[in-house]
Design a protein around this ligand. Structure first.
Ligand code: PEP
Ligand code: MG
Length: 577
């Protein structure tokens, strides 16, 4: 079977299927005089849940370390978020619901808002809300929310889904890996598996139905392969592969803090994409040399109102300080498209991806844009911050954005507030228009960062979130590659640099091509950094340039992909030999 491999390594064990039945809660009603006692029942369950999560936090901190425990810190914050309690109490008071259905409805509503946003990271916040909701429900019902594991041999956990608290309670002296029906690449369970260092596969659809308790299971957490009751020959093949993979993982860990420099001396920068200050930890642990993209809109989501200047300032300052002088590229608010902020009450658009999005919104809503720029500039005093504007399509947009920055700088100077007077300003190249007029735009800015996620969708007219046409979504399409090349070349002609913060930058098969095209900075999710660094350290720039020149002559994405695939395989083989 195949799933999405999210944490590399090969593991073998007996299947332990976790059947956690979903509890169905009926709408039961109360009399008005029972309102107070139902609210009290809810408050007690909430307090109990908080104590349990605190205990899991302490335990995780001891067993796994700070970065894994941070998830539970977030859960503690979430459980104390007044909006959940307010919604539950509102449901009890006005709808006269029992505490259980009142809670289920509140959790469904809050997680539903997150769940509709087409961003894997935000979707995972929905999973967090559900996780604490489930715990509170178990406590209301007097059930035990913890995960019981039998003593026994080494096991591979097979489950529909694993919440962070389920994962933290697993005994890793026995659990050698897991494969679950649900989950995406950035699910918490995936992140935790990666940092614990055990092989894991998510998105395995109906694995729980295909496996029986006690079956022998082998999983390959890099390839996403799951073998159920393999033959002796298959087993042997995987033992060999395991030896190789273990060696590679050890090597990756050992080089993660080294520079990304090719055998013939071309040095590039490898950075991380983040959404919150807390993500800095994983970025640094994986060897990031900077933050190539701070998606600030995530700070604006999962709440009822706009974060004010002070709140943003503290978040940007914390990020800059935690990066200790390494560059942090803060992208100004990119909402609109698939990222709505319900509290702004924006009018629904027929084509939101072609609509009032990102810089277009900010330039008209200076009441939102200026406080953010003030916060970023104030934070620039505490580390190395760069500003980046999203969704630029015209020179005028850049000039107007820079004018607002100048205005804010003046205000700060008049108020005697310190900031980095020399702060660098760049733009995202994620519209075909901006890639085509790169020669005009580069005169206005210090750097470019290519957003291949949007650049691909706009160049090829293929909605990046539409499964039906996902085959047509090809960052390796010659049209996209020509735009990328033009952008890099143009910036170099002006003595400036180009980075890439779209997903393509972390694609290990594309690394050789992007290196050969002259990309200066690769920004990606933290977990991809060590592998890309290793690839670059074992490549020659001159060879990569030749490959890029060949690829630029090709006529289809299929041709480019099959060429890159075979090069990658040959390259790996010769390196391993
Ligand atoms: C991109 O479009 O490639 C990008 C990095 O921005 P986002 O994914 O946040 O739209
Ligand atoms: Mg984008």
């Amino acid at each position: 079977m195949k799933g999405i491999g999210v944490s590399p390594g090969i593991a073998e064990g007996n299947a332990l299927i976790l059947n956690k039945e979903k509890i169905h809660v009926k709408d039961e009603y109360i009399d008005e005089y029972e309102v107070d006692s139902e609210i009290q029942r809810f408050i007690k369950a909430k307090e109990q849940s908080q104590e349990q999560i605190e205990a899991i936090y302490e335990d995780t901190l001891k067993k796994m370390g700070k970065s894994e425990a941070e998830i539970f810190e977030a859960h503690i914050e979430l459980i104390n978020d007044p909006s959940i309690a307010e919604k539950v109490e509102h449901n009890i008071k006005t709808k006269l619901l029992k505490a259980e259905p009142a809670l289920v409805k509140a959790i469904d509503e809050i997680s539903g808002i997150f769940g509709t946003i087409d961003d894997e990271y935000i979707k995972e916040r929905a999973a967090d809300v559900k996780d604490i909701g489930k715990r509170m429900l178990y406590n209301l019902l007097g059930l035990n929310a913890s995960l019981d594991m039998d003593d026994g041999q080494e096991v591979i956990i097979i489950a529909d889904d694993l919440t962070p608290s389920d994962t933290a309670q697993l005994d890793f002296s026995k659990v050698k890996g897991f494969a679950i029906n649900k989950g995406g690449k950035t699910s918490h369970v995936a992140i935790m598996a990666k940092s614990i260092g055990i092989p894991a596969i998510v998105g395995a659809k109906d694995i729980t139905a295909r496996v029986s308790q006690g079956d022998t299971i082998i999983i390959d957490g890099a390839a996403g392969d799951i073998l159920i009751n393999p033959s002796p020959e298959e087993k042997e093949k995987y033992v060999d592969k395991k030896l190789k993979t273990d060696k590679e993982l050890k090597e990756l860990r050992s080089i993660k803090d080294m520079a990304a420099v090719t055998l013939d001396g071309r040095r590039v920068e490898i950075s991380a994409n983040i959404g919150f200050p807390a993500d800095v930890k994983a970025a640094l642990e994986n060897g990031a040399e900077g933050i190539g993209l701070f998606r600030t809109e995530l700070l604006f989501m999962d709440r009822e109102d706009l974060p004010d200047e002070e709140e943003q300032f503290l978040k940007y300052k914390e990020t800059a300080e935690r990066m200790q002088g390494k560059p942090v590229i803060i992208r100004t608010l990119d909402i609109g498209g698939d990222k709505d902020l319900p509290y702004l009450g924006l009018v629904k658009e027929d084509n939101p991806f072609l609509g009032w999005r990102a810089i277009r919104f900010c330039l008209e809503r200076l009441d939102v844009f200026k406080p953010q720029l003030r916060a970023i500039l104030r934070a620039s005093h505490y580390g190395k911050i760069l500003i980046m504007f999203p969704m630029i399509a015209t020179v005028d947009e850049v000039r107007r954005s820079k004018a607002v920055v100048e205005e804010v700088k003046m205000e700060l100077t008049n108020e005697g507030i310190p900031f980095d007077k020399d702060i660098k300003i760049g733009i995202m190249i994620e519209t075909p228009a901006s890639a085509i007029i790169a020669d005009k735009l580069i005169k206005e800015v210090d750097f470019f960062s290519i957003g291949t996620n949007d650049l691909t969708q706009y160049t090829l007219a293929v909605d990046r979130g539409n499964d039906k046409i996902s085959k047509l979504y090809q960052p390796t399409h010659p049209a996209v590659l020509r735009l990328i090349k033009n952008v890099i070349d143009t910036s170099h002609k002006e003595g400036k640099w180009t980075g890439m913060c779209g997903e393509f930058a972390g694609d290990h098969k594309a690394a050789m091509l992007l290196l050969g095209l002259g990309l200066d900075e690769f920004s990606m999710s933290a977990g991809s950094i060590p592998r890309i660094k290793k690839l670059i350290r074992t490549m020659e720039y001159e060879a990569a340039k030749k490959i890029a020149a060949e690829v630029m002559e090709m006529e289809s994405s299929e041709e480019v992909c099959s060429h890159l695939d075979s090069l990658h395989d040959n390259f790996r083989r010769s390196r391993d030999e």
